[in-house]
Design a binder for this molecule. Sequence first.
Ligand code: ADP
Ligand code: MG
Length: 860
Amino acid sequence: MAAPATPVMQQHAAAKRGYPDAIVFFRLGDFYEMFGDDALLAAPLLELTLTSRNKGKPGEIPMAGVPYHAATSYIARLLELGHKVAICEQMADPSKTKGIVPRQVVRVITPGLVTEREYLDAASNNFLAAAELSGAQVGFALLDFSTGELRAAELTDAPMLLAELTRSRPRELLLGAEPGAAILAAARALGRTVVREDAALETAAEDEALGTLARDAQALSPPARRAVARVLRFARACNPGAELPARRIGRWQPSSLLAIDRVAQGHLELVESVSGNRAATLLGVIDATETAMGARLLKRRLLAPLTDVTRIRRRLDLVEAFLVHPRLREPLRQSLAAVGDVERLSVRAALGEATPRDLGALRDGLIAAHGALTLLEAVSDPSLRETLGLGAAVDTVDDLREVLVAALVERPPVQPKDGEIFRAGFDQELAELAELRRSGGEKMVELEARLRKETAIPTLKIRYTRVFGWYIEVSRGQASRVPAEYRRKQTVATGERYTTPELDELADRITHAEELHRERELGLLAKLLETAARSSDRLQTLAARLARWDVAAALAEVAHRYDYCRPSVDDSDVLLLRDGRHPVVERLAARGRFVPNDVSLDLEAERLWLITGPNMAGKSTLLRQTALSVILAQMGSFVPARSARVGVVDRVLSRVGASDNLSAGESTFMVEMRETAEILRSATRRSLLIVDEIGRGTSTFDGLSIAWAVAEYIDEALGCRALFATHYHELTALGDSGRHVANYSVSARELEGDIVFLHRLVPGAASRSYGVAVAKLAGLPEVVLARAKALLLSLEGEAGEPMAAMKIAHAADDQLNLFGARSTDHKLHSEVIELLRALEIDRLTGLDALQLLARLKTKI
Ligand code: ADP
Ligand code: MG
């Protein structure tokens, strides 16, 4: 039986009851302590020593603690692992409280609800999301608690949800008790997201959760409304008493955005590279933003390009304006560099969490923002003003800036106790208290000098410690010379400590002045915070405008630095890139060594380009650069080309053959086929398809047949713009058959058995695959190369026929009939062998086996 708990442990039990799924950080003096299961769970995760409270007595309980001033890094580690942390604080000053200090959970920190810089990536949003299924519809809500942005959308199916989850990468996702299999599967596909089951939400509770946003929510569909209510309820429960930073519900229409699905996002290395090197991503190349807001906006735009021509052009106009006016762009960027993260700072102010240091940063940001605006306002040309969005006045929150400038010292401390916060002349009363404190200090110095003289002890000192207060210290050898009226306080290693009535009185006066000073200072700080909090809406608006200028100026800077051109964007079915380059590869290549290439797709003419060429020739690079340029153009950026025309694309779909895409776990071929199936299902006439060497993950004949059928399907059934790289030469037959298919190849030249890559795209199929030459380049031994060459010659001589057979079969009959009339015994054998080789017996059911036997029999 458990022993009766002490009052403190009863407080802890109450906190734990309120937040059973959180690790409770229970403030005891200078420590946050964890007890019981929390301690057992967290101690090993945080490498803390596990001790216990009430050791050896009834009521002994495991305990582990961290110093309160170092809590942040420990909390960060727990959040990283997906845990929630409830902060239970002392609600009164223990030194002034009789009996037990009241304690209360003031905040629950979860990965999706953090506002501290230490827990956040400055260049990324940190979303808490909720998805709600109703019929076939999915309501989806995103809240970035750190910036106050709240948005909702209606999605029509689970794949769309997966696309939106991929775009936003929420840190935390709330799902109802029975979210449905499709939603669960989508949620699981995301790596880092913490998925939480959220309690049932009654309609009445929904209204309550929406609070003042209920009116805004009227326009939403029921599932979207419910999703918004979920994130708000969760945020409220975690921040008891705080007013949430979200002030409006934004909406977005996924159908008005360019869809880039998860696989394409990874394959194209938009924001993450396979190697983990950020510089090797598109974002790494184009992110020249100067503010954190700008960096976040740029990333969001990159993952959510537009499909609306007018909006795209408007963005391009702004970039162009900054490009052609370097004398505006350059100083503006300099000003923006000093703006900092006004957006997140304003939220911290609104939540009352801003430290004096934060307020100082906000002040500096507002000064810089004011400077930036002054530069822009100097523009007189009306049309340029219009492009810059200066039609309506921009509120730079000058009143708050002036207050902060008048109030704060140059660099305020993080904690009030660590230094002065306010300027000397800011507050009369504070100045008087400071003077009192200072003169008290001076009087102590005087007293010390006088006592030294009176006692004739030259080493006599007056000192202060937090625990003992003020005292006179005399070394042991001198103790006999101390006057009798001195009262002994303490003996220490270095000597004896005393006090006198005079010292006590002076000490009281100083302490009192200090206390009053501190109180006054905290009072002023609270008032200042309140002023900042009242401005937070205006600060958010300002931050959003600064972010847009920052992004446009950054894209202009990139266009200038790397010589990008303005794409002409329209609703046509054309995709034309003259001298297009790969934005990332060209940066990594030696200067001037990247070979530009043209791509020209048109639904009415050549819509599917079949690209052949040896390994390492540059096929994949060409495919990716084309997709990247479309994404850049539609997000409103210039593109790496001499000229470009982009008929708006609705989705970019990209698939890579298994051996180019080493994913673990599942059979790579299975993954490849599943992904291929997915793109064939979701592509429309307006999509851009990038298919890179599919069919590699299986035997030659399987692979060739599948690649062939896929290419045909793209051309005939989908009829969209597509680039198709393949090492199957046989496929080039499709280009001769009067379809919308054209053959191109990336050229290489063979010089005395050595291969020279030209990286130049030319019309027509590649003449041969140069495999042996590439092998030589890779350093295969001479004997092996010689043998391979001999084999190649004999194979080409004797057995060109599987390939020839295909061409003939294809020409004779438009249906895919790979293994039809002309098959020879040789081919048949290898085919049967291939089939058997590909068999995974232990995965075979009895029925499968019978069917396979039947298939083999019909073949022979
Ligand atoms: P493939 O897909 O044909 O095997 P890749 O596209 O992977 O070839 O290109 C191989 C390498 O060749 C790339 O890593 C890059 O360094 C270089 N490369 C590709 N295209 C070009 C180009 N246009 N100009 C210069 N170098 C290129
Ligand atoms: Mg390749």
